[in-house]
Design a protein around this ligand. Sequence first.
Ligand code: URA
Length: 191
Amino acid sequence: MDWETLENECRECRKCPLGNTRKNCVFGTGSKSASLMFVGEAPGADEDKTGIPFVGAAGKHLDRFLEAVGIDRDSVYIANILKCRPPENRDPLPDEQDACIGYLREQVKLIRPKLIVCLGRIAAMRLIDPDFRITKSHGTVYKRGAFLISAVYHPSALLRDPRKNEDMYRDMKKIKLLLDSTSDEVTPIQR
Ligand code: URA
C-alpha cells in the first residue's frame, strides 16, 4: 500500500467507535525515511485538536529529551498505537488496538526503520511483549526480524514522576548511540 492510500483510509476510518468522536485522525508525522520511529499510546486533547502526535505537554517533554541527546524531531517518525483519541484519555481498549494496529504495521513496512522506540507501557505491551514491565525493562534493546525495538518511559509518566528523568536521559543517549553506530556498540537481546 502507498502512503496516500493508507493515510486516506485512516482518515476515513470507522473501524471502532473512536472514529465517531475524534476531531482529527492523528495519523503520524515526520520523516518517511526515518531510521528511528517512536510509537506512543494514543492522541490526547491537543493532538486531537491539531492532528499531530505529541504536541501537548508530554510532547514538549519528549522534545526536551530529543534536543538533549541531539536527535532532530524532523528526522524521526512519530505515531501512536491508536490514531484517534479515547474519551478522557483513558487507556486504549484491546478492541480499539486490534482495529487500529494495521495502520501502524503498514507505516512500519513503508518506513522500514532501524529502530522502533515504544513510548510507555501500552505501546511496549502491544509491540514487544504483553507482559512487558516498563520499570524493569525500559532501555533494553530487542531484535525483531529486520529491526530493533526498545521502550522508554512515557513522557507523561516523567511529568508525573520527575525522578524517572535520569533513566530517560540514559535510555535516550543509548538510542542515539545505537542510531549512530553501524553495528555492535549496543548488543540487542535476540528474541
Ligand atoms: N500521548 C501519547 O501517547 N501520544 C500522543 O500523541 C500524545 C500523548
